[in-house]
Write a new protein. Structure first.
Length: 202
């Protein structure tokens, strides 16, 4: 007879209350702490519901300061030319790994924009469905990046870079407290070409 798999984690009341203070009052963008709050919001009490209800009431309001902290923490994309170089070389294993990293950073920024606690990277389509500030057709476009890259790696890179640029625009439109100039400049930095070989390399 098939059973039900249950993962059990034990966290003390003191620890939970400390996490609530760190995230809600100190705008700590720690993903592990946010994951704890996300679990709290969907939790059901086995006893003494007043404690859980109190925690859920506290966590229900996602602070603006946390939104800003999340965006600042994760609005970080390596220069676009690095993925272009991988595509030109057909280094697909490393390229696909970098795709996952960029898509995760986009999602983390969007969680901050939409004031959603990080709950992990499972059920991504469901997560995107909770977002109101989001690039158009994000879910299919995320998947298309890999499909396109399997045929034309460079085209897949360009598709992903469009999503990065749209994410910058969303941040600039909705969260004035975040200055995107440095992150944009790093992403748009072009590969440097030497006109001569420096003496120290000869």
């Amino acid at each position: 007879m098939a059973g039900v798999v249950i993962d059990v984690r034990h966290v003390t009341v003191e620890t939970t209350e400390r996490i609530l203070v760190d995230v809600l009052e100190r705008a700590d963008p720690s993903l592990a702490k946010q994951q704890h709050l996300a679990a709290l919001l969907s939790a059901l009490p086995l006893s003494n519901p007043s404690v859980l209800t109190h925690w859920q009431h506290q966590a229900a309001t996602y602070p603006y300061e946390l939104s800003v902290a999340m965006i600042r923490e994760h609005l970080l994309f390596h220069p676009a030319w690095e993925q272009e170089m991988l595509a030109e070389r057909s280094d697909l294993l490393v390229l696909y790994e970098s795709f996952c990293t960029v898509e995760q950073h986009i999602l983390l920024v969007l969680m901050g924009l939409n004031r959603l606690y990080y709950s992990g990277f499972r059920w991504i389509d469901r997560l995107m469905g909770q977002m109101h500030i989001i690039p158009p057709n994000l879910a299919p476009r995320f998947k298309q990046v890999f499909g396109i890259a399997s045929i034309d790696p460079l085209a897949g890179v360009y598709q992903l870079h469009e999503l990065v640029q749209e994410t910058f625009v969303l941040v600039e439109t909705h969260v004035a407290a975040v200055d995107t100039r440095q992150a944009r400049a790093w992403f748009q930095e072009r590969r440097k070409h030497w006109e001569y070989v420096p003496d120290r390399l000869l």
